[in-house]
Design a protein around this ligand. Sequence first.
Ligand code: NAD
Ligand code: LMR
Length: 328
Amino acid sequence: MSHHSSTPVKVVVTGAAGNIAYSLLWRIASGDVFGADQPVELTLLEIPAAVRAAEGTAMELHDSAFPLVTGINVSDDQFKAFEGANAAFLVGAKPRGKGESRADMLTANGKIFVEQGKAINAGAADDIRVLVVGNPANTNARIAAKAAADVPAERFNALMRLDQNRALSMLGQKLEVPSSTIEKMVVWGNHSDTQFPDVTFAEVGGEKIADKLDRDWYVDEFIPRVAKRGGEIIEVRGKSSAASAASAAVDHMRDWVNGTDGKWTTAALPSTGQYGVEEGLLFGFPVIGRDGKWEVVEGLEISDFQRERIDKNVEAMRGEWEIASKLF
Ligand code: NAD
Ligand code: LMR
């Protein structure tokens, strides 16, 4: 899948009748993820109650006449849907409403990922890449990875690229530079309010930006604003973020497959103990995409301030895992 071929990439999108999928499917179909020359076969997975609505989404995909789309399947059978899959976007899950936390969704959503992990284990292709979007994304991804016992854990990622993109955009506005010029930004930890958008290493044109930022703005405004942006969107829009979430999922999967050209980004992947993060946690790390794999940027010097924020995320994720582990 890392180089283009005429064999279609088999892509599963779950929650296909939902908000995020309505944007994501069109971006995949137009070639934004797997490349402008790479055919794709799409499978839309839904629960029985929403499968008819997903058929409506499929009708619209057909009506878009995308040259790269070789087939569109709609299913409520997980085992059939993941058969031979090369890539899966696990979006299908309940979004939180006003006043709820992302972790509150664990009870309702956790079990979905046990079932889908099993189905991925049973039939997905050897090169399967799974990106979990449904909340709480990091813990759900760990649940799916555990349920898919025969699939290497590194094939399971959780989405933190939306947090990364939010951080880049807010910094770009603050510094009055295009956000695309900011490098070495990272969001450590969990896709939750404890997440740590870290500007310590960030550069514009090779120059560190941390010193140019007001410390109070960084600590008291920037960090919480990025961390709570999902809640802010729900407050203002009345619904959970959708097109921006889809766009981040596109960025993540594209970079996982095609690499980042030596540049850093953020992805949540299973810790193997980097930066003292407990093994197995699906943790947001600074990463570089290379040869179809993520490499965690290692050897960075970590201050006490950073250590404390990283540890808070480890703690939060341990708490979520205590609840999640009861699903097995
Ligand atoms: P939505 O309610 O519009 O759509 C979710 C869809 O998933 C529904 O159609 C539902 O029927 C379907 N679904 C539920 N269980 C399923 C299952 N077992 N198999 C297949 N489909 C299933 O929600 P949305 O706005 O698209 O958000 C989806 C999820 O993504 C939510 O949990 C939300 O919190 C999360 N989210 C995560 C991020 C992130 O950055 N990680 C960003 C935005 C939203
Ligand atoms: C987001 O960050 O926009 C999503 O995780 C949705 C949410 O509940 O915040």
